[in-house]
Design a protein around this ligand. Sequence first.
Ligand code: PMV
Length: 357
Amino acid sequence: MDSKHFISRNSNSPIAFNTKWEAPSNIALIKYWGKTEPQIPKNPSLSFTLSSSVTTTAVTFTPNPGATFSFEFAFEGVLKPDFHPKLNVFFNRIKPYIPWIDSYSLKIESRNSFPHSSGIASSASAMAALSLCLLDMEKTLFPELDPTYFNQKASFLARLGSGSAARSIEGPLCFWGKNSCRKDSSDLYSTPFGPSLNPIFSTYQDSILLVDKGSKQVSSTQGHQLMHNHPFAEKRFIQANQNLSKLVPLMEAGDLEGFIEIVESEALSLHAMMMTSLPYFILMQPQTLSIIQKVWDFRKTTQTPLCFTLDAGANVHLLYPKHTREKVAAFIEAELADFCQNRQYLIDAVGSGAKKV
Ligand code: PMV
């Protein structure tokens, strides 16, 4: 299948419509780092879909026959013209796939469940929620769209806004990028893990320790860019493929020891790529390393299957099975909260994907 599959027909009878979707954030276990145009990943990735960390987006479509497409964007009730350049890039990329949009003016209103400037990337949930609103409009114009196509195209559009957003449509775990574990996998959109997932992972917990809430000194766009001409890039892409092939059967078997080893190695490999880029950079903070050390000590002394992963930032995601919740909560309060800015952390869990609200 190629991207032509996602080109919609045009419609010559525009209708007024409004819709609202909630889409979750996600945390990658196998990391995507490195891409080619247009948002094609250099290696496959796999992520947990989250549950409470969500963006809710409402879109009002007003017919605007003959005029050119226009939009206004408000975030948490405030008009944000400074978001327009990013949204313009997104709309220009997706317009060939949704030609009907030229007949409309859009009012887009978005809010996040997680605190503003928490250092949690909101582009995945935001791009996914907006793409779902667009697909909902497309389905209203063309009611024959089937649910699989709906999700795949929502993921396809979201990917063109932010790569990892492709994985924020369905749950509890999503692949993105062609890989040898799944025949139906694609570089163009995400696909769910499917029923072979061991149930322990469908209720897995993710506590996000907010170490640094400021904006990153190097954006992920720049970071992906630095994987071109990176001395270890080709080896890293091979490693990600191998880690994925090892992780999938471990997650089917419910092997927590094997899971922990691959997940932590992926997080550190991602940051190793950053440290060995030119220019080199470090997104971890001293507190990030202190937390990692504490997690390793706690795991060793209590035999609790708690592990960490990292996104492109200093915050630490703690991953653990639901039945260890109380023990881990006490550990976070007693030993880790002091490493967080204002002792702040979020308690989240694996979720089932986006929904219409
Ligand atoms: O979606 P982007 O372009 O912000 O890249 C995200 C990359 C990581 O978050 C570091 C890893 C991933 O797979 O989500």
